[in-house]
Design a protein. Structure first.
Lengths: 336, 344
């Protein structure tokens, strides 16, 4: 690689010597290139620019449309607890709370499972089992979310209401987590459905990150007399930041999930830490109320929720990508 | 500009190839509740006259918005437009808007009490007490005293409601505001409200799902949905003091009962109507039509369609689970239709 670069540089230098005036304006490059290439380059650049401009356009539109609500409510919008379309008073805190709480609960359930599956796939599984198992895990991601919602309503919720919640309430009812009547619909149902939905993304990225750790490290560990478990610990500690990235991506998915959650969460804008109580999320209030919202301030408030959701997901995703890139890059460099 | 030109050419080519260049197309958008009967009407009328209607059931709120913006030829809504919205039409489109009732719907109170079965009776006080979270047990003396002989369990009442904005909620909360001062001041009327208690389900099917699954649950759904799905519904005590079962007859009776006090623009709520046969949670659904239309062909077509819909069209209502308008109301509607003119 370095050699060819040097050659290029040399060539450039030579040409620059020959045509000093043209190179000043970068015209030499223009003459060098085939016009077809140039056209193609610009067309693809245009496409790339479209993607970028869509994101900026969305952000711009959302900020513009939510201005009335931002001006009227200010920070009270984020911390206010009253959401009353009749009086045109909007505070989004119960929705923000519900989104974060359900997503974090889903992570708590999903993370150990996902890492377990990833460790098995990357370190322990025999070859013949690995492929079909990976495929199945990834297929979970392809199931439409409304199917998860229906599964939640017809299978999971009756089970939660009749068996799980009464049991938890009886044995652990002294904890604030397990208080209140067992409706079935509520935070627990939402967290469980979400945890299944984010399992594939966390699993497959964690597995890829673990695989990117060079075999030389495992071999070195074995050579030093490490057991399988000790070797896995080394692999895990090496892929820590990658798994963190995968977790954040999973969180991003959980935060934005709409249909399945709104079908099982009970849609009640209360702030309660009990898993049995119904809740509400930002994405579900949008899906529920946007179509029939009529007054300007109502629509504007809903768009402000969308804006908050947009910002939260972008931040989570950016952090996650950076972390994942960081870890894979490190080992690629080390491997060479 | 170029894009538009290409679009126009493509559309024109499409029209030529289907050899129906003269065909007229009228666009409308709005309420989802009357979508089934509207699409039936448009279909039958298209076969009769060749005039094509394109109706998008995007919700009442969207219908009102598009009517204000003038992107449709007519709108549709389950709730009458507010003064501010009508003024917006005047400002932007330079015409009044006419509200023309087409069919009627009702909201029924459904419940899940296996030991009670059919025919639970509820009074306005009990209903508002339940939805305000004040009556919390099914064997509360306020409920047992009006339901002698029924085996009401010692169970918590689990209130369910629509989580999505809807005309059904609007009619239901409108009724609650009329019968309970406390409801009126605490909650109010709207397509979405801040519910004092209860779980939310998305759509009629969401509420029905909650009620069917949860013993001791109570909720409200559209009459048509309840009939089609064989849900149990409560008898409600109306203004005249009679317990009335929701049916097409008792819903139409509510409109007839309200005819005395019908305002000239027909923007009227039918909840808690007079008359001993009237079901108290009934309501119109309206077409929103510009009083002055820009296009003569479209104006004539729309007027003819409305005349047809209000006479022959009404006969499709019952089969599709809507309550037809009573004759007195149809007369008022026809007068409204006659007012549509061309904008000069």
């Amino acid at each position: 690689m370095p050699e060819t670069k040097q050659e290029e540089n040399n060539q450039n230098k030579k040409q620059q010597e020959k045509q000093p005036a043209a190179s000043l304006f970068g015209l030499d490059k223009l003459f060098q290139k085939n016009p077809g290439d140039l056209l193609f380059e610009n067309i693809t650049r245009f496409f790339a620019f479209i993607v970028l401009s869509i994101v900026f356009l969305m952000a711009y539109e959302m900020i513009k449309s939510s201005m009335p609500s931002i001006e009227k409510f200010g920070w009270n919008f984020v911390f206010g607890e009253e959401w009353d379309p009749v009086l045109d008073e909007y505070g989004a805190f119960p929705y923000i709370f519900g989104t974060i709480y359900s997503s974090v609960l889903a992570l708590i359930i999903s993370l150990p499972l996902s890492i377990g599956v990833a460790v098995f796939l990357s370190e322990l599984s025999p070859r013949w089992l690995e492929q079909p198992l990976s495929l199945l895990v990834e297929m979970l991601a392809a199931i439409p979310s409304i199917v998860y919602g229906l599964f939640g309503i017809f299978v999971m919720i009756p089970w939660l209401r009749e068996t799980v919640e009464p049991f938890l309430g009886e044995k652990l009812g002294f904890l604030p987590l397990f208080q209140g009547p067992p409706y079935g619909f509520g935070m627990l149902a939402a967290a469980l459905v979400l945890s299944i939905m984010i399992l594939p993304i966390i699993t497959s990225i964690s597995r890829d990150v673990m695989r990117s750790i060079p075999d030389s490290q495992r071999e070195a560990a074995f050579a030093l007399g490490a057991t399988k478990w000790e070797t896995i610990k080394i692999v895990l500690s090496g892929s820590k930041s990658g798994i963190l990235g995968a977790t954040l991506l999973g969180l991003g998915r959980a935060v934005g999930e709409t249909m399945a959650v709104t079908m099982v969460i009970g849609n009640r804008a209360d702030i309660s830490f009990s898993l049995f109580d119904p809740g509400h999320t930002m994405a579900s209030v949008l899906a529920n109320e946007f179509a029939e919202a009529s007054s300007t301030i109502y629509v504007s408030s809903l768009i402000e929720i969308a804006l908050l959701l947009f910002v939260i997901t972008i931040i989570l995703n950016s952090i996650a990508r950076l972390v994942v890139w960081g870890v894979t890059k490190k080992y690629k460099v080390a491997a060479h | 500009m170029k894009g538009k030109l290409i679009l126009v050419i493509v559309v024109l080519m499409g029209l030529f190839s289907s050899s129906s260049f003269a065909q007229l197309k009228i666009n409308g958008a709005g309420a989802t509740f009357p979508y089934v009967i509207y699409s039936k009407w448009f279909d039958v009328y298209h076969q009769k006259t060749g005039i094509e209607f394109n109706y998008q059931s995007i919700g009442s709120g969207g219908g009102v918005k598009q009517t204000i913006e003038g992107t449709v030829d007519f709108g549709a809504s389950d709730a009458p437009m507010r003064e501010a919205e009508m003024k917006a039409v005047m400002d932007k489109q330079g015409t009044e808007i006419l509200h023309i009732p087409t069919v009627m719907g009702a909201v029924v109170v459904t419940y899940n009490l296996p030991t009670v079965g059919k025919g639970l009776k509820l009074t306005p006080e009990v209903l508002s007490g339940i939805f305000l979270g004040k009556i919390t047990k099914w064997n509360d003396s306020k409920i047992t005293s009006i339901n002698p002989g029924k085996n009401l369990p010692n169970k918590s009442i689990i209130v369910t409601h629509r989580s999505d904005g809807s005309g059904t909620t609007n009619i239901f909360t409108d009724y609650m505001s009329k019968i309970s001062k406390e409801w009126n001041s605490k909650v109010g009327t709207g397509k979405s409200v801040k519910w004092p208690v209860g779980l939310g389900g998305k759509g009629n099917e969401g509420v029905a799902g909650l009620v069917k699954q949860t013993k001791g649950a109570i909720g409200y759904v559209e009459l048509a949905y309840a009939v089609q799905n064989n849900l149990e519904y409560a008898l409600l005590k109306n203004k005249a003091g009679e317990y009335v079962e929701p049916s097409f007859g008792s819903v139409s009776a509510a409109a007839a009962g309200a005819i005395k006090n019908m305002p000239a623009d027909l923007r009227v709520s039918l909840t808690n109507a007079d008359g001993k046969d009237s079901y108290p949670i009934s309501g119109f659904t309206w077409l929103l039509v510009y009083k002055k239309m820009k296009d003569q062909k479209k104006m004539e077509a729309l007027k003819n369609f409305l005349k047809w819909a209000l006479t022959d069209g009404e006969s499709y209502a019952k089969d599709l689970y809507y309550a037809p308008l009573p004759k007195e109301v149809i007369k008022l509607c026809e007068k409204k239709v006659a007012q549509i003119t061309l904008k000069k």
